[in-house]
Design a protein around this ligand. Sequence first.
Ligand SMILES: [Zn+2]
Length: 367
Amino acid sequence: MHPPGIESPRVLAPYIRIGVQDGTLFLGFGSIRQSIRDRGLWRPLIHLADHFREPRTRAEALDFLLGPCRVEAARAEAAMSTLERGNCLLSVSAYDPQDRYSRHALFYELSGADAERVQRRLASAHVLLLGCGGIGNLVAVTLATAGIGALTLVDADHVEPSNLTRQFLFTEADVGSPKSQVLARELRRRNPGCRIRPIVGAPTDTEDLRALPEADLLLVSADSPGLTGLVNAHCVDSGRAWLNACYVNDIAVWGPLVLPGITGCWDCRPLTASAPADEPELAVLIGRINARYQAPSNGPVNMLASSLAALDVLRHLGGFGVPASLNRRMGVWSHDMSVQAQPADRDPYCSTCADVRPATPRHRGAL
Ligand SMILES: [Zn+2]
């Protein structure tokens, strides 16, 4: 829990490190990094950070700088303010190294969120996964081990030997068994606190989608033709968040995260290429060529797409940070590691979502 006021004791966040490079002192690394070139601030700041290895109130820490350290008042206040920026100080209860979720708690605190609140939100969330293959496997295990409260796993397929290069929760002994059931068994072994429901089947129309359990978010990682359009219409209609995660040959792709009534939906603008409507003869040939497509599915690209999609799901449902795929379809081109953000913001005249208003408090909580 965050302190009620600045007089509550706080400690230096365990993720804070200090280093000097090329005449600049770096306090913290990553997105919270502060670069301090004013050398007069180094000594009070380092003494202060060292002092906060034990719980201290702000007043105690300032007394330490002004007294034993003999730092002048303006410098002491500057050092204190620097340490208070960038989520450098945590409440005493924010980090319990023995807690199952303690390392994730530090990640949430790093982004400025209250880790206890994030974990509670995740524990109350239900995610429905359409597809338990390469991406579904890895998203499911990431969410289950992070403490998502409930997962529904939907897949009609059975495990095949060619799945084992990337669907890492399956083994040779599972070949022939339903994917959703094997995945459920493996997830329960890793986090019994997550309620898992496997469903052997694949939705093919709106009625099928309506028959599935209600969830806070749908993640689609199945490559059935037309499924994204069906899911988009269903989710916009029912006010539920949804996210697509896939790969396009060697590009890891996720998004947009659709929050009906808030963000763009799948229909707001064309996100994928299609056959030319004004060339029917060529369209037939293109359809014939594309029908023989077999994805070159690759373990590392599956891992890229699934990990970044899962992070956005956790951000949205946990209420920390900002999902990278809000109003964007994201792609990491694995051949050169460039990142593409395809605009997917809302079209006020979209035939699917123009009249939709925000539906659930969970959507508002993440923005
Ligand atoms: Zn739309």
